[in-house]
Design a protein around this ligand. Structure first.
Ligand code: ZN
Length: 382
């Protein structure tokens, strides 16, 4: 069973072309639900729009979930400058270095929309000469130049622009002939597209999964909430799909799939992680392992919310994350193939049906720690 690359690209383009900074995600929720509708997969929504879809399996438990987030980075109007331009703050964590020069859209109330450009406060070399290069990179040194006739706070207010209006930074996707996709917000729309491509292939094949699977699409990962509120009590295994960083000192596979062993929230589940590595090997999927230091995913939020579930983080290779991002379609294809193989494989442990249960098929100690105490003088001499 292979993911359909054309479908993956089409759905990725639809997602990227729908602005969805955290806090303004209703439109992208509609895009994702219409994809689920066309795949014939039922779903429910939380009050704010996180999506829980359901693919029925041969048995209900121990159920699985795969999660990716629909929200992206963005910005918000912080205030008015005396020159009529806007002060802005970031939505999510990203450097103003990557905001400089971006063409943006300001969404105000009652359908009022303006376009503009995020600029360094000292933007013209003819006026500021070398100060352009010495000005610190900081959101405090960014201003939004609105494409409207305004030179004062009063004129900007009269345009209908308020403090707190949401600013979307368009994705500007470019699908190149070499298979690279350059765009902002590939984190995590590329992950959403890979999940949908896996679901598309499973539906096309008509195959029944071994256990129920809940594809989850969250709407506030970039601000730290993640998959905490949308989980189903029957879920025993959760796979978070997000970006791996192609960067110096990292081992993320740019053209394959990467299994994260640990992120800021600690190690991922030993057994689930190894199962995913085994599946990569068995299916001949290019893969690597990596550890991330400044990274938090949907899985962390699920655990912190008190869910006792096995979690893993599976990544596509993303260059320059939270900046001028680039992914290769081979990496998304590898990720979708791993998801298909995982969802078609039997559950890890049947005892995981219940939160609490007998020793039963709980893994034997040797799986993690073979001969752990054989020759160590840690026991008293008799
Ligand atoms: Zn992300």
């Amino acid at each position: 069973m292979q993911p359909d690359r054309d479908y993956l690209q089409d759905v990725l383009a639809r997602l990227l072309n729908t602005p969805s900074p955290s806090g303004m995600t209703d439109a992208v929720v509609h895009v994702a639900t219409s994809e689920l509708d066309s795949l014939g997969i039922p779903y429910e929504l939380t009050r704010r729009g996180a999506i829980r879809a359901c693919l029925k399996g041969r048995q209900r438990m121990p159920a699985r979930a795969v999660v990716a987030h629909l929200d992206t980075l963005g910005a918000m109007v912080k205030g008015y400058k005396p020159n009529g331009r806007l002060q802005v703050v970031p939505i999510g964590f990203w450097s103003s270095r990557f905001a400089e020069g971006a063409r943006v859209t300001i969404y105000s109330d009652e359908g009022v929309i303006h376009r503009g450009t995020l600029l360094p406060a000292k933007a013209s070399g003819h006026t500021f000469n070398a100060e352009i290069d010495s000005q610190p990179v900081s959101w405090d040194n960014i201003e939004l130049r609105i494409d409207a006739r305004t030179a004062s706070e009063a004129e900007t207010r009269a345009l209908g622009i308020h403090v707190g209006d949401t600013i979307a930074i368009p994705s500007n996707p470019e699908f190149g002939p070499e298979g690279f996709v350059n765009a902002r917000h590939l984190d995590d729309k590329a992950g959403v597209a890979a999940i949908l491509a896996a679901l598309h292939a499973i539906r096309e094949s008509g195959m029944k999964l071994p256990v129920d699977c809940f594809p989850l699409f969250t709407i506030s990962e970039e601000i730290g909430v993640g998959a905490s509120h949308v989980l189903h009590g029957d879920v025993a295994e959760l796979i978070s799909i997000d970006n791996g960083t192609v960067a110096e000192g990292q081992y993320t596979s740019e053209y394959g799939v990467t299994i994260s062993m640990q992120d800021s929230s600690g190690p991922f589940d030993w057994h689930l992680t190894r199962r995913l590595l085994e599946l990569c090997q068995a299916e001949g999927i290019e893969h690597s392992r990596d550890v991330f230091r400044f990274y938090r995913s949907d899985a962390a939020a699920a655990i912190e919310a008190g869910n006792d579930i096995r979690t893993a983080l599976v990544c596509f290779g993303l260059d320059a994350s939270h900046g001028h991002e680039r992914v290769h379609l081979d990496s998304l294809d590898a990720l979708a193939r791993l998801l298909i193989a995982y969802l078609c494989s039997p559950p890890l442990f049947h005892r995981d049906r219940a939160a609490l249960g007998p020793l039963d098929d709980f893994p034997p100690a040797e799986m993690q720690t073979p001969q752990w105490d054989e020759n160590l003088p840690t026991a008293p001499h008799s």
